[in-house]
Write a protein that binds this ligand. Sequence first.
Ligand SMILES: Cc1ncc(COP(=O)(O)O)c(C=O)c1O
Length: 370
Amino acid sequence: MKVPFLDLTAQYNLIKDKIGVALQEVIDNTAFAGGKFVAQFENEFADYCLTDFAIAVNSGTSALWLTLLALGIGEGDEVITVPNTFIATVEAISFCGAKPVFVDIDEKTYTINSELIDAVITNRTKAIIPVHLFGQTADMDPILAIAKKHNLYVVEDACQAHGAEYKGKRAGSMGIAGCFSFYPGKNLGAYGEGGAVITNNSEINEKIRMLRDHGQSKKYYHDTIGWNARMDGFQGAVLNVKLKNLTLWNEARRNNAMLYNRLLKDVIGIIVPKEAGYARHIYHVYAIRLKNRDQLIHFLKKKEISCGIHYPIPIHLQQAYRSQGLGEGSFPVAEQCANEFVSLPMFPELTDEQIKYTVEQIKKFMISIN
Ligand SMILES: Cc1ncc(COP(=O)(O)O)c(C=O)c1O
């Protein structure tokens, strides 16, 4: 049986007609750059996230970068985040001219260990970026408390957490701003690149709107130096169709995760993901941990089961950040997880049979190495 890691075609087949109509409408209205379909998406996404504003941009990376710029973060400032994230979180800090400062993660949730934050705060620290990795939020209350005490901004990297919840609050809605990616494989994915910032702060809303559009307050009046980070109309139209299904798709992912959890429960040597008591996990990634990770991936590949690794090298050990001088052993939990993670196939349309077959093969592998 073939089990793809992700199957975007299966999802497209369910919404093909609606997507066709939506894309045709963009063409009929020549609403290609920004425009009314993007504005509609902004309204609906803000409603979905229970925030006052959503600003659509051209990627999650832009969402993070423009948010930090809008907060005035730059040269000489420090921003705290984790080393086990997609590099974009850290690039956004660097692209503002600020210095990323890493903190290790919690061994159970794989998100920032809030107990370690205080120790790295200096008088240059301006913000904390918790990353809601794999679709589960960080433990926000202690993070928000530390930020309040030290007068820091909290910018949530919710690029993997569309619709995830923390104590009933939507991911991205708790800090000064939350940043999302609509890269095609995300729980809410565009048919190209896309991103958004959500916020309840009207000043940040206005600043990001200007920054994404060449610093214009009105056409050809440039109040500040900005950039072109607008969302294109086709992506707005696709996201309008797909947002309506997000709750259902997240629920399907949760059901898939429960089945994996149940079937893998008694397999010695495998750690399954844990949903924290505060969280509603939406399983963008379903990552297990084990010692012989590379061998397992190779074994499953031969059985036509595709897996991923998110992420094999923590950011502080990437060539791009070697200049920070942080060697192996700097963040032991993040490093251990990076060596042990395997992301199993996960998407809403994944069938029970595919999950059962995958687990059967994992069990066969575990027996073969013991
Ligand atoms: C945690 C995290 N942050 C940021 C990003 C960047 O988003 P994008 O690829 O849309 O620029 C991603 C996307 O993969 C991500 O997973």
